[in-house]
Design a protein around this ligand. Structure first.
Ligand code: NAD
Ligand code: UD1
Length: 343
């Protein structure tokens, strides 16, 4: 059964390719490489022992998308493609509204056109949403019925896409849609062949810590140690990208099986502080991670973690990996590929 992955060459997409093949699906990667490297396809081939088909296409190009859908007739589509840097979205909001919202509209229109041609195939879509749609949550753990809000154009784009999907589901009962709200994906495939390869200075904690440990940056700035948390630093629900990939397989299976749409959190249900991550990474890497306390980062919340119970009930999925595994695998990737896919 073919599954099309828009943005499939990216960080989460590439790990999901492996998990889908291991589960017996045939993934097809669609990407424009705006935030990824074609070398990922060679790495994937080494992991899975087969060539993964690639469509070098921009999701904004609806006619091309339609052509791809017509040629492959995938049983499902996972929509990862989009831009994801919060700071950049504040500086360049139109880029985010264009690529993220425009990309989703383009894909949905192509899928709708395909459905008109082949009404026997129910349009089946998994969408990469984010815990960012909860804004500043009133309490933790976060359940899916919490109010949604946005604090930046990136988060706004995710919220608008969710709303578009809910409107579409109301208008077109044949559609099967799984909205996955990821918490903080980290780690890498245990082979050390694929992982997160951020361009420029990493915005997120784990890749920054990894670059400090490998000696590319001299210290980590810890953004605030006066939050109302046990050690004063921010607390997040870090989830191993391997668990996240397994969550996509579970989502696809549920949509193709039971056929009901859903929105679920993908998190571990546990929070870890910035300083806990630093200590766990030092242990995993055997390297020191020097840090300095810096002012809070604008827009950050004190703590954020999921109640992942609904994903367990609906998909039979739960995260298995602990923080130590996440750090060990992130370190294997970082130390083996200090310059990422650029060699
Ligand atoms: P990523 O940047 O590594 O992957 C996204 C991929 O989409 C890249 O390969 C990029 O080249 C491709 N892409 C972007 N615009 C495209 C376009 N117009 N046409 C075709 N391809 C395009 O990001 P990721 O971390 O793998 O995230 C995947 C999805 O999950 C994104 O939608 C992101 O917003 C969402 N998400 C990520 C996180 C996270 O922390 N990584 C958290 C929550 C949600
Ligand atoms: C950020 C985004 C969120 C996005 C998520 C995953 C913001 C405000 N939020 O979430 O929308 O969905 O990434 O891509 O950007 N930290 C440091 N030093 C650093 C980097 C981070 O102390 O150099 C701290 C942060 O203050 C935070 C924690 O580490 O307390 C995690 O930060 P990060 O990895 O950026 O994730 P989020 O802020 O949760």
């Amino acid at each position: 059964m073919k599954i099309l992955l828009t943005g499939g060459a990216g960080y989460i997409g590439s790990h999901t390719v492996v998990a889908l093949i291991e589960a017996g699906f045939q993934p097809i990667v669609l990407d424009n490489f705006s935030n990824s490297h074609p070398a990922v396809l060679e790495r994937l081939a080494r992991i899975v022992g087969q060539t993964v088909p690639l469509e070098h296409v921009d999701v904004l190009d609806t006619p091309w998308l339609q052509d791809v859908l017509r040629r492959h007739r995938p049983a499902g589509v996972v929509h990862f493609a989009g831009d994801k840097a919060v700071g950049e979205s504040v500086a360049q909001p139109l880029k985010y509204f264009h690529n993220n919202i425009g990309g989703a509209v383009s894909l949905l229109r192509a899928m709708e056109a395909m459905h008109a041609e082949t009404p026997e195939d129910a349009p089946t879509l998994v969408f990469s949403s984010s815990a960012t749609v909860y804004g500043d949550p009133a309490r933790v753990p976060i359940t899916e019925d919490f109010p949604r809000s946005h604090t930046n154009p990136y988060g706004h784009s995710k919220l608008v896409i969710e709303d578009m999907l809910y409107a579409l589901m109301a208008a077109r009962p044949a559609w099967r849609v799984g909205v996955l709200r990821y918490f903080n994906p980290v780690g890498a495939h245990p082979s050390g062949l694929i992982g997160e390869d951020p361009a420029g200075i990493p915005n997120n904690l784990m890749p920054y810590v990894a670059q400090v440990a490998v000696g590319q940056r001299d210290h980590l700035n810890v953004f605030g140690n006066d939050y109302p948390t046990p050690d004063g630093t921010g607390v997040r629900d870090f989830i191993h990208v391997q668990d996240l990939a397994a969550g996509h397989v579970a989502a696809i299976k549920a949509l193709l099986g039971r056929g009901e749409s859903f929105t679920v959190n993908l998190g571990t249900g546990r929070g870890h502080s910035v300083l806990e991550v630093v200590r766990a990474f030092e242990k995993a890497s055997g390297r020191a991670v020097p840090y300095r306390i810096a002012p809070r980062r604008a827009g950050d919340v004190a703590q954020c973690w999921a109640d992942p119970g609904l994903a367990l009930r609906l998909l039979g999925w739960r995260a298995k990996h602990a923080l130590d595994d996440m750090c060990t695998d992130a370190w294997r990737w970082q130390s083996g590929n200090p310059n990422g896919y650029r060699g």
